[in-house]
Design a protein around this ligand. Structure first.
Ligand code: SF4
Length: 168
């Protein structure tokens, strides 16, 4: 199988997450239609983050990617509220692991769900590396369009900060 060349790793973890959540949301967010700060869910997420991991958390800002905290292994941790959009959480973590590997750091990933008292381990295999590369190519394709993808009703639209923009 032909290997897809690595695109520049300049996308943020949030962009990769939104690719899996909704391609229209990815486009709107990337064009600076930033409405996330007004979302109660985002506030709750920040609060949860501070309370649940206040002793352990030391966010590491690497530019496009922000790691909630690192533990021995090394293990890269990302804290999430619920498993509702788990595919997006896994896709985001795989991107983190891929991004780090391209810089010579081989790590494992752990998605922490403190409200559920669960953790999901994520490993970057060769096949998953190719998936990340395909995802990055797809993100590039979505963002190169002058128009956002059409709105498509999803179960989580009502909780999305772009709801009014899409449906009112
Ligand atoms: S409201 Fe629904 S369609 Fe619109 S951006 Fe959010 S998730 Fe996508």
């Amino acid at each position: 199988m032909e290997r897809i060349p690595s695109p520049e790793l300049t996308y943020t973890g949030t962009q990769v997450n939104y690719y899996f959540v909704c391609k229209r949301k990815l486009w709107l967010f990337s064009r600076n239609f930033e409405m996330e700060q007004t979302s109660d869910l985002v506030s709750l997420g920040s609060l949860l983050h501070e309370v649940a991991y206040s002793r352990k958390t030391k966010e590491i800002d690497l530019g496009p990617i922000k790691i909630d905290f690192l533990s021995r292994g090394p293990e890269v941790h990302d804290i999430k509220r619920s498993k509702r959009i788990e595919a997006a959480h896994i896709g985001q973590m795989l991107y983190y692991l891929y991004w780090l590997k391209r810089r010579g750091i081989v790590a494992r990933g752990v998605i922490d769900y403190p409200l559920l008292r669960r953790r999901q381990e994520v490993k970057l295999t060769a096949e998953r590396e190719r998936e990340v590369e395909r995802t990055l190519e797809e993100i590039k394709r979505v963002l190169s369009s002058p128009e956002p993808p059409p709105a498509e009703k999803k179960s989580y639209c009502r909780k999305c900060s772009y709801y009014e923009l899409c449906w009112c």
